[in-house]
Design a protein around this ligand. Structure first.
Ligand SMILES: NC(=O)c1ccc[n+]([C@@H]2O[C@H](COP(=O)([O-])OP(=O)(O)OC[C@H]3O[C@@H](n4cnc5c(N)ncnc54)[C@H](OP(=O)(O)O)[C@@H]3O)[C@@H](O)[C@H]2O)c1
Length: 229
């Protein structure tokens, strides 16, 4: 019993030390003024994480270009961004699964901004099912088109603008982009491919003497949508 108590105290002290270290390491050093006026493109901004990112950027006074398929939902997000303080908020309606749509988005971005400061690739087509011999192979190309290929298309087409501003690409990945998780096979494949592509892009850009830190891949934990909470 005494040994157990000692172990519990030891674990408690270690946990507290780790918590202090994490708090110190992640302490606030962000200057909100650095975001004011920044030109930000958010793909998949009509709902969920993309919508919330739009509101956070709006509060910091950014200029926004929001992209998704549902125009009515995008219009509402644009209005709310204006209320929250965005310097400007516009939208592009696009099904990003095609190369043509990516080209259209790049053209609209270039019309509005002389190079974006931040490109957030966040849109996705969900998949949460067991994969087996009965799985629908007809849908596989669409998962890759929306969740992977469109990210490559959009990032590549916007590279010149991003290099002009020394801008950033944020690739919204997932835990499933790093480790396999049951019931996510195509989605897991989509996200793993993003890590492979964008980590290599960083190296290719470095080899060409252009930006080293052009992109960050973020892996959110589980996010509860407003309608679920
Ligand atoms: N939610 C989580 O717990 C969680 C956890 C880990 C990672 N993530 C990642 O976070 C990102 C956002 O997830 P979320 O849960 O916020 O998703 P969500 O609420 O379902 O939003 C997805 C967004 O993508 C857009 N979209 C879907 N298909 C599109 C297409 N073909 N063309 C253009 N836009 C399209 C949707 O808008 P329209 O329907 O209007 O087109 C919507 O704005 C995803 O990359 C996901 O993998 C989420």
């Amino acid at each position: 019993m005494a040994v157990l108590l000692k172990v519990a105290v030891f674990v408690g002290i270690c946990t507290a030390l780790v918590a202090v270290l994490v708090a110190w390491y992640t302490k606030e050093n962000f200057d909100p003024e650095t975001v004011r006026g920044k030109k930000v493109v958010i793909c998949g901004a009509s709902t969920g994480i993309g919508e919330e990112l739009a509101y956070q950027y709006a509060k910091l006074g950014a200029q926004l270009l929001l992209v998704a398929r549902r125009e009515e939902a995008l219009k509402k997000v644009v209005v709310r961004c204006g209320e929250l303080g965005a310097q400007q908020a516009n939208y592009v309606v696009a099904d990003l699964s095609s190369l043509e749509a990516a080209k259209h988005l790049a053209a609209e971005t270039n019309k509005l901004f002389d190079g974006p400061d931040v490109l957030i690739l966040n849109h996705f087509m969900p998949f949460y099912e067991i994969w087996n011999q009965n799985s629908n192979l007809d849908n596989v190309p669409r998962y890759f088109a929306v969740n992977t290929i469109s990210y490559i298309n959009i990032a590549t087409l916007l590279l010149p603008g991003l290099q002009k501003t020394n801008g950033s690409i944020v690739v919204v990945s997932s835990l499933v982009g790093v480790v396999p998780v049951p019931r996510t096979a195509p989605y897991c494949g989509n996200k793993h491919a993003l890590h492979g592509f964008f980590d290599t892009l960083r190296q290719d850009l470095a080899l060409q003497g252009t930006q080293r830190d052009l992109h960050n891949t973020v892996c959110p934990g589980l996010y509860r949508h407003k309608e679920c909470s």
